[in-house]
Design a protein around this ligand. Structure first.
Ligand code: FMN
Length: 205
């Protein structure tokens, strides 16, 4: 075989190997991403079932997934809890970009009457020992929103007390606190203006 042919063959083999490696990596990446999405979803669903009262819904929440726009939030998706076909609660899966270290993802469950049933922080990068105390496992700070609504306290008081509002502030973590209070307030404002439609829309599905 001529030297130039040998070189061409070697290059073709290398190119082929490179292509196979790239395809394998892409496949692996897709599988990993899928697994991460499934894990995030499972984690979220476990959190949801801990927030909603036992026996308050009998449907598959994932069937009701609906993305919505909420001003001031990065992402928002709703899930509707139903019992014998009647909507009992809306669960909002939301992301605020206002944390001390960026995005905070949380779940907020709101009853059909507009009352916060519960909330859970799903993902964040706040500082360990400071901002991470927004997590339910680290302190009971988040529990103060349970049972609250836009009237309790009035909308203008939905802020941490370090910023003149009605809610406790996580010590030395005013920014993290304010981000979470603001996000829950935006959910309640959305529920106030569009709750009827959201409950009805997902009910029809
Ligand atoms: C290393 C370091 C980490 C911090 N982490 C947070 C945090 O996770 N969340 C937060 O709200 N503030 C954090 N802060 C503090 C804020 O800079 C700010 O001082 C604090 O939120 C109090 O705000 P205030 O004085 O307006 O109440 C951190 C500060 C430092 C120096």
């Amino acid at each position: 075989m001529k030297e130039s042919n040998t070189l061409a063959l070697a290059l073709a083999v290398f190119a082929g190997l490179g292509l196979v490696a790239a395809l394998l990596l892409a496949g692996l990446n897709a599988l990993t991403e899928e697994r991460i999405t499934d894990e995030r979803r499972d984690h979220a669903l476990r959190a949801v079932s801990a927030m909603l009262p036992a026996g308050s819904y009998d449907n598959d929440l994932l069937d009701t997934e609906a993305p919505i726009e909420i001003r001031g939030l990065e992402e928002a998706t709703t899930y509707t809890a139903r019992l014998s076909g009647n909507a009992t609660a809306l669960v909002f899966d939301i992301v605020t970009a206002n944390g001390y270290s960026g995005d905070i993802r949380l779940l907020v469950a709101v009853s059909a009457e507009g009352v916060v049933l519960g909330s859970r922080i799903l993902e964040h990068r706040e500082t360990p020992g400071l901002g991470d105390r927004i997590e339910r496992d680290k302190s009971d700070w988040l529990a103060q929103f349970d049972g609250r609504s836009l009237g309790r306290p009035p909308a203008e008081e939905w802020a941490p007390d370090r910023r003149g509002g009605a809610f406790d502030t996580v010590t030395s973590a005013t920014i993290s606190s304010a981000a979470v209070v603001d996000a829950i307030k935006r959910v309640l404002l959305t529920f106030e203006s569009r709750g009827d439609v959201l409950l009805r829309e997902t009910q029809a599905k």
